[in-house]
Design a protein around this ligand. Structure first.
Ligand code: 13P
Ligand code: SF4
Length: 325
């Protein structure tokens, strides 16, 4: 605990010296989330992370999350320096959608608009017509459907299936998935819910259709936290990365939070409701990157996006931000 406290103090000093602000996702460690809040940064879902970095005056954005979040921050703020605790923090959705394959997918369907999830590389966003996050995907796809467009969707097939079902849009889906949400199991969730009948079931839409079918609320991380705060239920079964429990406990201290099962009885899970890439972020690495990036030095952990790619990707992300405004 003493080491954590002194690390936090050192990080705060370094952030001031470097005019840096910390933007963290709800799936990162409690320490990082607390530090972001204590220092005037933000803890949020992917949509709000993009918005916050853009609006904040700091010259350096430090992004605790995964690579696509750092890239989005850089795309929207090419004049700022964007640092991450670990550039190896990937995402199975981003990895499942290489830019050349995505380009071929679009080229094969020239009559369709392409909508990609924020969990993609800068190059994929540059090729896409629209970028969406889980918090706004349904609204944007409904709008495009009403405008008469047929769509391509990448890369998360579960989110894609969900959005297609609720919007009624004509969508061809890429077949990527999230290693964390893919592991939630419907049968085990049914048994757990039977043992906790007063609980509301909260599900992130990256989960399989059979799990979404059991949900009382389907939504982005921010929307699920809001549900814990506002619904009257004393208990919640939560199907998303368990990093979110830190904020949920703070939002509704008296309520009981239960992890949704990632495996049936006797079986083992691979990711166990926690993203291995989000877990690569930590206080020690954050301190190290800020030290390595001390004014005038070139940090190995800085995000770079090629200008022509950034310009095209910015156009599709900006459409989403304008739509959300
Ligand atoms: P949101 O926070 O936008 O719901 O995204 C979830 C996610 O998996 C980010 O990696
Ligand atoms: Fe990607 Fe899933 Fe990890 Fe989010 S939780 S970063 S979607 S692998």
């Amino acid at each position: 605990a003493e080491e954590r406290a002194s690390l936090k103090t050192r990080i705060k000093t370094l952030m001031k010296e470097q005019d840096a602000v910390l933007v963290a996702h709800y799936y990162t460690s409690a320490d990082l989330q607390d530090l972001a809040e204590e220092t005037g940064g933000c803890v949020s879902d992917s949509l709000e992370m993009a918005r916050f970095g853009h609006a904040h005056p700091a010259r350096t954005l430090t992004v605790a999350g995964v690579k696509f979040m750092g890239e989005t921050a850089k795309i929207l703020n090419p004049e700022k320096r964007v640092l991450m605790p670990d550039l190896g923090a990937e995402c199975s959705l981003d990895l499942a959608c290489p830019a050349d394959e995505f380009t071929a997918f679009c080229d094969a369907h020239p009559d369709r608009l392409s909508v990609v999830y924020a969990n993609t590389s800068a190059e994929v966003k540059a090729r896409a017509d629209w970028v969406v996050t889980s918090g706004i995907a349904v609204k944007i796809v409904k709008y495009l459907h009403q405008q008469g467009h047929k769509l391509l969707w990448a890369p998360d097939r579960h989110l894609g299936e969900y959005v297609r079902r609720v919007s009624g849009a004509d969508m061809i889906l890429w077949q990527g998935s999230c290693v964390v949400h893919e592991a939630f199991k419907a049968e085990a969730l049914k048994s757990l819910h039977a043992a906790h009948p007063a609980a509301a079931v909260l599900v992130h839409p990256e989960s399989p259709e059979s799990v979404i079918a059991l949900a009382d609320i389907v939504g982005s991380t921010t929307q699920l936290i809001e549900a814990v705060r506002t619904l009257p239920n004393p208990e919640f079964i939560v199907a998303t990365d368990n990093g979110i429990f830190h904020k949920m406990h703070a939002a509704a201290p008296g309520k009981t939070l239960i992890e949704a099962p990632t495996a049936g009885e006797g079986a083992t899970c691979v990711s166990c409701a926690h993203c291995p890439w989000m877990a690569m972020n930590g206080l020690r690495k954050l301190a190290a990157v800020l030290e390595s990036a001390a004014v005038g030095k070139r940090s190995a952990n800085e995000i770079h996006v090629e200008e022509s790619v950034g310009q095209r990707a910015r156009r599709s992300i900006q459409k989403m931000l304008d739509f959300a405004a």
